[in-house]
Design a protein around this ligand. Structure first.
Ligand SMILES: [Zn+2]
Length: 327
């Protein structure tokens, strides 16, 4: 279904070999390495335990280092390799294994490299589960207008990536590395540059074309709507709900006109369902909840607990609707 090949300035990328329809599970991968909490000290020993093939796959991933983080990592690394350094220094001084020192210096370098790679490629899969690296999925590049989304399937113990829209043959598969899908260009570019070390040139960030300009105008307009809603004095009546609904609709429209699907959009639909329900518009609530469930099916797959949850919401609205009709 996919191919890993060069993606220009981005290095390697993942490409569709043929049309990948929306909702397709493109990847389903077990973690190669996981760190729980902030305990980075467990990483290097875990890397060393990998078999040669897995370790090579890991070390071949790209990494981005910035000075500040690098210094931090070096200090973490030093603590955990100090023991080895001392023993090999002793060996060296005693003349028994003079080369050990050099070896150790290499392992220190490897250790920093391993942490950089991990940080540049790992996904946070939840507070309980930690941060994990999936070497095949790590090859997927970023786009602010992604055509795929990843999520962890806890019962399967796998990270799945689904197509959130149809991906044409030869088109690059992309994920959004940022949480802020609706953010303005300068915010996204800055975060990507500081966090990952690249200048985003996706269609939303490319201001030389109509596509980028139009999208940015839409985002600015959406921020105005949001600002107006936040600053609006609460009237304490139905008009508050109506205003909230209009804001939600503006967000939904932005996402849809930009072609962004996935969990963010389904959350907006769920919120719209909730507001409709609050306004006693059961029919509207059901329509929005069904949209959310459709998006969740495409993003998570039918076997995912989150999809089942949104189906349950749809069914609840149906039951309530049925009861209110029969009363
Ligand atoms: Zn971008």
């Amino acid at each position: 279904m996919i191919d890993v090949r060069t993606a220009g300035a981005k290095g390697l990328g993942v490409f569709a070999k043929k049309l990948i329809p929306r909702g397709t599970r493109i990847f389903s991968e077990r973690p190669l390495l996981t760190i729980h909490g902030h305990d980075a000290s467990t990483l290097y020993p875990a890397v060393k335990l990998l078999n040669t093939k897995d370790r090579d796959a890991f070390m071949a991933l790209s990494s981005f280092r910035d000075r500040e983080l690098d210094l931090m990592r070096w200090s973490v690394v030093l603590v955990h390799t100090a023991q080895n350094t001392i023993s090999s220094l002793l060996h060296a001084l005693l003349g028994r294994r003079g080369f050990a020192l050099l070896n150790n210096r290499n392992s220190l370098k490897d250790h920093v490299e391993a942490l950089s790679i991990f940080r540049s490629n790992a996904f946070n899969i939840g507070p309980k589960l930690g941060t994990s690296l999936f070497p095949r999925i790590a090859r997927i590049n970023h786009s602010c207008l992604p055509n795929a989304q990843g999520n962890f399937h806890e019962p399967l113990g796998k990270f799945n990536v689904h197509a959130t829209r149809d991906i044409q043959a030869d088109e690059e598969v992309s994920l959004n590395y940022l949480l802020e899908t609706g953010a303005l260009r300068h915010v996204r570019v800055d975060k990507l540059s500081r966090g990952y070390g690249f200048d985003c040139a996706c269609p939303a960030c490319d201001m030389s074309g109509k596509r980028g300009m139009k999208g940015e105008e839409r985002r600015v307009a959406m921020h105005e709507v949001l600002k107006a809603f936040i600053e609006r004095p609460m009237a304490g009546d139905i008009s508050d709900k109506e205003a909230e609904m209009e804001t939600m609709k503006a967000f939904i429209e932005l996402y849809e006109s930009e072609g962004i699907a996935g969990k963010e959009l389904s959350n907006l639909y769920l919120k719209a369902a909730d507001i409709s329900f609050g306004m006693q518009n059961l029919k509207g609530a059901l329509v929005y909840a069904a949209q959310a469930a459709r998006l969740d099916r495409d993003t998570f797959g039918e076997d995912h607990p989150d999809y089942r949850k949104s189906l349950e919401i749809v069914n609840t609205f149906k039951t309530v609707g049925h009861k209110s009709r029969t009363v």
